[in-house]
Design a protein around this ligand. Structure first.
Ligand code: ATP
Ligand code: FE2
Length: 328
């Protein structure tokens, strides 16, 4: 069965075609809206997505070597996300489903970050550490739902790294630049560490770093190294606590920050010590992408789920545990 998936919750517009036979991702094309600072004006991002529709769709079909009428199912990211941008994907999804006369399915973006790991790796029932720009959550399946066991109480870790990098004058996106500078140092500067149960908080650290940068007393690479060690230790601690709480021994990473090699290494060490395993997807499936939407759509559809056209509006505030998981 061939599913065309559409992603448009935030900066990234993507279209992917996935064949559930042989678990093949035939194409996974993205076009990400970029600015120098990372600031986001919703209507401008929506304009970017509108312009991206034609070339991204063309490339997704060409690369997969399929014709539109071969598609069996259309999946789109229904929420959570930015209303302006979600609407572009939802409109395209409805139009394609009507035009092709094929079923439509609305997918939760956060759940898709987990389902892509279950589909493409050997992970069966992992705890997901979802770390992107706006999102920092620890998600796992329990009693018929995906539940958020822990999250950030203030800043998302990607946005935090971007803001820190901007203060240091490293540019945007900050995460990869912080990672590069961190590699040049092993000198740890003591920083505030804030874990509350299974939640983390980055606001205090953000303020502390602003003062440290202003003082001019610390080198960029020492600060980057120390920030990574501190923040990633917080993430690993809450992930481990969620694993212990749910009795699961698989950890899956998702979101742009999960591309970070030091975070991946720290997760691997933690799960190894617990007798468990960390599963890491290639970067194209960690960042926002449409393959994960197509994959989740396929799983949902095969379990008998689909979305009526009248229910195919966007859900900008949909919570992870709002979704009744009928496909597991
Ligand atoms: P969402 O809307 O789901 O929060 P997003 O639009 O922020 O997602 P992603 O591609 O998932 O998109 O994540 C982008 C974030 O990932 C940015 O904040 C960026 O700095 C961060 N990032 C990317 N690569 C790395 C890296 N190697 N190390 C740390 N952070 C990284
Ligand atoms: Fe995401």
């Amino acid at each position: 069965m061939l599913c065309l998936g559409i992603e448009s919750t935030a900066h990234t517009f993507g279209i992917s075609i996935v064949n559930d036979k042989g678990k093949k991702v035939l194409s996974n094309i993205i076009s990400a809206y970029k600015t120098k600072t990372g600031g986001i004006v919703p209507s401008r991002v929506a304009d970017h997505h509108v312009e991206a529709v034609k070339p991204v769709l063309r490339r997704a079909l060409d690369q997969a070597r399929i014709k539109p009428d071969e598609i069996d199912l259309v999946a789109f990211s229904q929420g959570p996300g930015i209303g302006h941008t979600l609407r572009i994907g939802a409109g395209l999804g409805r139009s394609l489903a009507i035009l092709l006369g094929k079923p439509l399915i609305g997918v939760n973006h956060c759940i898709a970050h987990l389902e892509v790991g279950r589909f493409l790796t050997k992970a069966d029932d992992p705890v997901l550490l979802y770390v992107s720009g706006a999102n920092t959550q620890v998600i796992a399946y329990e009693a018929g739902r995906y539940r958020v066991f822990g999250e950030t109480l203030d800043l998302g870790v990607g946005n935090f790294l971007d803001s820190f990098a901007r203060q240091l004058g490293l540019g945007f996106p900050g995460g990869p630049r912080v990672e590069a500078f961190a590699r040049k140092s092993t000198k740890y500067i003591k920083l505030p560490y804030s874990v509350k149960g299974m939640d983390i908080s980055l606001g205090g650290l953000d303020t502390n770093l602003k003062q440290k940068i202003k003082s001019g007393k610390y080198s960029k690479s020492d600060l980057c190294f120390s920030v990574q060690e501190t923040v990633f230790a917080m993430l690993v601690e809450v992930a481990e606590r969620a694993m212990a709480h749910t009795g699961k021994n698989e950890l899956l990473l998702g979101g742009g920050v999960a591309c970070n090699k030091r975070l991946q290494e720290m997760c691997r060490v933690m799960t190894k010590e617990r007798g468990g395993k960390t599963f890491i997807l290639p970067n194209e499936f960690l960042v926002d992408n449409a393959a994960m939407i197509a994959i989740t759509g396929l799983e949902m559809y095969k379990a008998g789920m689909s979305t009526n056209l009248k229910d195919a509006g966007i859900k900008p505030y949909e919570r992870t545990d709002d979704v009744k998981v009928e496909w597991r």
